[in-house]
Write a protein that binds this ligand. Structure first.
Ligand SMILES: [Zn+2]
Length: 263
């Protein structure tokens, strides 16, 4: 018995699908299929674009969050590290002199005599240079005022007085005129003395040790960074401590002891 063909005839095919009852031809169906694929493709592309945009936004958000976190942490903590980092006016040990806190036993009385106060920047501190004023019985303020008088061409950073007073005559970022070729990398300290020998009195000596110890701490130096004017130019200054080498070594030792005591 022959199998009856039951597939769609052209007529049936034509009538098979319809939109609102209107028959759709094979050609129309192919066109529909093409449009459907096109729409799907466009939808896919739109989705991919949206995903890419979202990824970009997420990345931008992450960067912004990182920037904010950095600013906040800088404000509350990293700023301290920033200040501790080398960047200051004096490069030795990365010391920023604007951050130095002065003890109350240092009296600042900067001179204004433009000849003695040259204003030449002091950019590194390698040593501390010790002197004696060479004028027995004169006071710290008397010597400071001398530096400030017209025509005088010398000035040290500090003068230590007979009563243990300490006067600062120059800012620490300016060179002194006291230690010849070492003005460029030393802080200079003049010390008063009661008589011609140039030996410091006990109270003056102790004030000097305190000042030197404080400076060593500020500039990351040790007692080995103490020098005499004599070591630079051969001048008999500080007289007593040139003539008595043992007294000079003792002075350095005393500074070392003081440094180790409170390190
Ligand atoms: Zn000197």
């Amino acid at each position: 018995m022959p199998v009856k063909y039951e597939g769609p005839t052209t007529e049936m095919e034509k009538a098979e699908t319809s939109v609102f009852g209107i028959p759709v031809s094979r050609q129309d169906k192919l066109e529909d299929e093409r449009i459907r694929r096109e729409v799907q493709q466009k939808r896919l592309e739109r989705t991919q674009r949206r995903q890419r945009r979202n990824r970009r936004r997420l990345l931008a958000g992450a960067w912004a969050a990182a920037a904010v976190a950095l600013m906040v942490s800088y404000h509350f903590g990293l700023r301290a590290l920033w200040y501790a980092a080398p960047k200051g006016d004096i490069s030795n040990g990365g010391v920023d002199i604007s951050q130095i806190r002065y003890p109350d036993w240092i009296d600042q009385a900067f001179i204004e005599n433009p000849v003695a106060r040259t204003g030449t920047p002091l950019t590194e501190v390698k040593d501390l240079a010790i002197h004696y004023v060479g004028n027995p019985g004169s006071s710290a303020m008397g010597n400071r005022n001398y530096f400030n008088s017209e025509g005088v061409e010398v000035c040290s950073h500090f003068v230590v007085g007979l009563e243990g007073e300490v006067i600062q005559c120059l800012p620490l970022n300016e060179q002194s005129v006291a230690t010849n070729q070492r003005n460029k990398d030393t802080i200079s300290i003049e010390v008063c003395h009661p008589d011609e020998t140039g030996k410091y009195s006990e109270v003056t000596y102790n004030a000097l040790i305190r000042l030197v110890t404080w400076l060593c701490r500020q500039f990351h130096l040790t007692q080995e960074n103490l020098i005499r004017h004599y070591d630079v130019s051969g001048k008999l200054c500080p007289l007593y401590y040139v003539q008595h080498e043992d007294a000079w070594l003792q002075l350095k030792e005393d500074v070392g002891e003081e440094l180790n005591a409170y390190r």
